[in-house]
Every structure is written in structure tokens, then in C-alpha cells.
Write a protein that binds this ligand. Structure first.
Ligand code: TF8
Length: 336
């Protein structure tokens, strides 16, 4: 009798394994993804593609749950929760994290990248891997570099056409010394502030200006309390899709690989969605009455020259080797 039961159990186990040899490596898991931006931002489109990929790879076992508008805390707070193993994932700008990984400051250097393609090549290549290693050392697994985009100015005072126009303007900057110095150096009154405080600070005129990619200015409704939009493209700061290393390490190798692969699927969808939406967001803001201007190539070049002191001042803090490495990689790219 005993023997029969054992045989039956063994047969059942074998049948199960045969039915889903790969899926046995996946457990039911739901993980939270913290976002500072709102639900209508293309990060959500990317997350849907990432979820579809996870569904397929894990037989529907891994589920993401998006939280929006800073519901789980701002970028910095949410990232700290990952490091402590209290929260699974966050999509955050790199800039507020320079206190944890100084090398990330490289993305804050004004006018570093000229095109999204340049940024993609650098982030998705060796240089991005090197930074991922540094993130790993502080307890953060960067699944992939997603897009926030090229940053442009909005303000309630006047068009920005050259660096001198910043004189005395109260500009919100991210919690990041390179941004602080970039705008102070242009003569602005720069104030570091977390993203969640920006809308009301603009609305109450505590600040005059902020800078973000068009799609973020649109979806976070900053344009409702601004008058001017100026296409400065002064920095491209990426989003990082970070996972808590403490939690990631408890996942099976197959689960970890599915997360990494699907974050890349999501990244590509998200980047494409942003590129498509950029001009729509700008058009929408102009229709809402904002006055738009671009910067002449000469004035752009002057802004870059004026910003050289910022490069010099922060090079050692970022890591001279890191700055040299990105500049060499960019020079190689530009040489074709
Ligand atoms: C900023 C960033 C933000 C994002 C978002 C909160 O201005 O660009 O748009 O980090 O996730 O703080």
C-alpha cells in the first residue's frame, strides 16, 4: 500500500514537471513599482509591455503593481526603501541619487549628450554597465535605463533665449549639486526641491521656473501654472528601473533573468512612446497658451562654454576617470 502511494506521488510529480519544466522556477510574486510621474506618462506604456513579457515568461506568476505621482514617496525616499529591502522597485531619475553613487553625476553635466541615440549608445553599452556595477555596490540592481529625456525650461517670467536671461530667476532644480551650480552659474536663484513639491511651488510663485522633458511637464501639469517654454535641451537625465538588491537576491536565477529581459522590452517601448509623444506634448502646451521658443545654435554654444566651470568643479567628485571615459566614448561615437 505504502509503495503504491509513493509510486502515485512520484508519477504525479513527474507529470507536473513534464507539464511545465521551466515554470517550476517561478513563484507567485507581486512587486511594487514606485513612480514620481503620473500614470499617463509613457513609463506606464513601457510597464505594460514589460508585464506582457513577464506574463509570457513566467506563466503569469510575476505581477507588477505601479504606484504613481509619488504615492510611495519621492525618488530619493523610494530608492532608500529599496536599499533597506522594504520596497521592490522604483523608476527614478539618476540625479537625486548622486549622494549614493557620485559617478551618476556624469548625466547631470550640462550639454553632455546631443541626441537620444547618443545617450542610448552610452547607457546601453559598457559605460552603462560600469555604472550599474556601482549601483549594485550600494544595494540597487538597475534592470535597465529607461527614458525621461532631454530637459527643457518652463517659467512664468520671460522667454529664455540666452544664458543671461536666467538672471535672478527662481529656478527649481533637482536635489543635485551639479544642477544647482549650472543654474547658479547662469545667474539664476536656484532652489533644490523634490519633484512632488514643484507644482504647488510654481502655482504659489514661490519659484518662477522648473526644467524637465516636455512629456513630464505635460503629464505633471506644470504647464498649467507656467507661461513660457524654452527648448534648452541642457541635459539628458535617464530614468533608472531599479530593483532592491536585497529582494532580488531572494529570487531564482530564472526570475532574475526574466526581470532583466523584460525591463529591456519595456525600455524600448517606453523610449519609442516618448519620442512619439514629445512633439504632441509641446503642441498641447502651446495650444494651452504657452509661448515657445528655441535657442539659436550660437547661444546654445555660449551656454555650453559658460558651463565649462561646472565640468571642472565637479569632475573629481564624479570621478575624473568616469568623465574621461564618457567623453572618450562620445568622441568615438561622433567620429563614427
Ligand atoms: C525631476 C525629475 C522627475 C522624475 C520623476 C519624479 O525633475 O526629472 O521628473 O524623477 O520620476 O525631479
Amino acid at each position: 500500500m505504502k509503495h503504491t502511494i509513493l509510486t502515485a506521488a512520484l508519477c504525479a510529480a513527474t507529470a507536473l514537471t513534464a507539464a511545465g519544466p521551466a515554470l517550476a522556477q517561478f513563484q507567485e510574486r507581486t512587486f511594487r513599482v514606485s513612480n514620481g510621474i503620473n500614470e499617463d506618462h509613457p513609463v506606464n506604456t513601457g510597464m505594460q509591455a514589460m508585464q506582457a513579457c513577464l506574463d509570457e515568461k513566467t506563466g503569469g506568476k510575476m505581477k507588477m503593481q505601479g504606484f504613481w505621482g509619488g504615492a510611495l514617496g519621492g525618488d530619493l525616499q523610494a530608492t532608500q526603501a529599496l536599499r533597506s529591502g522594504l520596497q521592490e522597485a522604483v523608476v527614478t531619475s539618476s540625479s537625486p541619487l548622486v549622494g549614493m553613487v557620485p559617478a551618476l553625476g556624469v548625466f547631470d553635466l550640462p550639454f553632455l549628450f546631443r541626441t537620444p541615440e547618443e545617450a542610448y549608445a552610452i547607457m546601453d553599452g559598457e559605460f552603462g554597465d560600469m555604472l550599474n556595477q556601482k549601483l549594485d555596490e550600494v544595494g540597487l540592481v538597475n534592470l535597465a535605463y529607461w527614458e525621461n529625456g532631454f530637459r527643457n525650461m518652463s517659467n512664468s517670467q520671460r522667454p529664455i533665449t540666452k544664458w543671461e536671461d536666467f538672471e535672478g530667476m527662481k529656478v527649481r532644480v533637482m536635489q543635485n549639486n551639479i544642477f544647482l551650480d549650472t543654474f547658479s552659474n547662469f545667474g539664476a536663484n536656484a532652489t533644490p526641491m523634490s519633484f512632488g513639491e514643484v507644482f504647488s511651488a510654481l502655482e504659489t510663485k514661490a519659484i518662477d521656473a522648473q526644467e524637465n522633458p516636455y512629456v513630464t511637464i505635460d503629464t505633471s501639469k506644470f504647464y498649467e501654472v507656467q507661461e513660457y517654454i524654452s527648448e534648452t535641451k541642457h541635459a539628458y537625465t535617464p530614468f533608472l528601473f531599479l530593483f532592491s538588491k536585497a529582494i532580488f537576491n531572494t529570487y531564482s536565477p530564472e526570475e532574475q533573468q526574466a526581470l532583466r529581459d523584460c525591463a529591456i522590452v519595456g525600455r524600448d517601448v517606453e523610449r519609442e512612446a516618448i519620442q512619439k509623444l514629445n512633439q504632441d506634448s509641446l503642441a498641447k502646451m502651446q495650444e494651452a497658451g504657452l509661448k515657445f521658443n528655441t535657442i539659436s545654435p550660437e547661444d546654445q554654444e555660449e551656454m555650453l562654454q559658460k558651463s565649462q566651470v561646472v565640468y571642472e568643479k565637479h569632475k573629481d567628485a564624479i570621478g575624473a576617470d568616469v568623465v574621461d571615459q564618457v567623453q572618450k566614448a562620445l568622441a568615438d561615437l561622433r567620429a563614427g
